[in-house]
Design a protein. Structure first.
Ligand code: NAP
Length: 307
């Protein structure tokens, strides 16, 4: 299928283009970006013009930040194209629900992708937890914003979500591997005095049987970077780390036995399946927890952030 990539920035270049090029299902037919481009691919700066001139493009994959995404997704659905959304799928829950309604009305596929759920060891962690009773769950997601988001001012703006931009990846894994739904109990958000989005967040969730489900997100982490979920159960401990790429059970490494592929190749494989089956995949649980954190969170002002 011919596909167009919209918003040629870091993630489009690092992950989407290689995943599309490596797949026999997909052909990158066009890009739309104000300044970015992909060598050898027709480049547009006007989205409507690209849609009008490329009726062969059946799918558009939106890789820009969340705030502008709704307008592009609406235009694509109105033009009869299937839509793939980078995470977080939108700036608000309501706009995501609206997009799903539009997609269903037009019998088009909408895919709210969560790339971290496609990390190698997430399915093994999910299977292991299914058999056990939880005692304690803790997420540690600490990274250096200067290292991972240089020159990205949108992450600090309203709708950029601040530390939840990576934190939502942890929540996408958590909501995938826990056998039952959870909901937010409390949040403590730390805002730099010169920014509109938090640099750190402490979250506490309510779980039907486990009374300690917590998360610690921090963007001020220098040196070693940590993307870990620790779980204690009635029958052993689990550590899912390196963003879901590695797993230890009771301190012993679990070998990866799935098919070698990678997070983004798996997302594009899923999109092939959704379009072929005429289905959508829209799970808003991770975004719901982030929205609840902004709604319920106690706000603390911390030192200004300077790059
Ligand atoms: P980015 O490089 O800052 O932005 C991607 C591109 O979006 C920009 O190059 C820009 O292209 C376009 N864009 C920016 N603002 C826009 C606007 N207001 N209207 C239309 N287009 C706009 O960001 P990124 O790191 O690729 O992240 C994009 C999305 O991918 C985010 O939702 C992020 O959470 C997700 N993501 C990022 C990573 C990562 O490692 N960076 C990993 C996984 C997912 P032009 O200026 O050329 O139009």
């Amino acid at each position: 299928m011919d596909i167009a990539l919209i918003g040629i920035g870091k993630i489009a270049v690092d992950q989407h283009v290689p995943a599309i090029n490596a797949s026999s299902d997909w052909s990158l037919a066009a890009t739309v970006s104000r300044s970015g481009r992909v060598d050898g691919i027709p480049a547009y700066s006007d989205f409507k013009q690209m849609l009008d001139e490329n009726p062969n493009v059946r799918v558009v994959s939106l890789c820009m930040p969340p705030v502008p995404r709704f307008a592009y997704a609406t235009a694509a659905l109105n033009a009869g194209r299937h839509v793939m959304l980078e995470k977080p799928p939108g700036a608000t829950l309501a706009e995501c629900h609206t997009l799903l309604t539009h997609a269903n009305e037009r019998r088009l596929s909408l895919f709210t992708t969560w790339h971290s759920r496609e990390a190698d060891m997430v399915p093994a962690a999910k299977a292991w937890l299914l058999e056990r009773t939880l005692r304690k769950v803790h997420i540690t997601w600490k990274e250096d914003v200067r290292r991972w988001h240089p020159d990205q001012e949108w992450i600090w703006e309203p709708g950029g979500m601040g530390v939840f931009d990576p934190g939502i990846n942890a929540l996408s894994i958590l909501t995938e591997i826990l056998p039952v739904p959870i909901h937010l109990k409390s949040a403590h958000l730390k805002y730099p005095e010169n920014k509109q989005a938090p640099i750190a967040a402490l979250l506490e969730f309510t779980h039907p049987t486990c009374n300690q489900v917590t998360a610690d997100f921090d963007w001020r982490q220098e040196g070693e970077q940590t993307w870990t979920i620790d779980v204690e159960t009635d029958a052993g401990t689990l550590r899912l780390f390196e963003g879901g790429a590695k797993l230890e059970v009771d301190g012993t490494a679990v070998e990866f036995t799935g098919a070698l592929s990678g997070e983004y190749p798996r997302l594009y494989q899923k999109m092939t399946e959704l379009v072929t089956a005429g289905k959508s995949d829209v799970d808003l649980a991770p975004l719901t927890h982030v929205a609840d954190a902004f709604m319920l969170g106690r706000r603390e002002t911390v030192a200004e952030f300077v790059t």
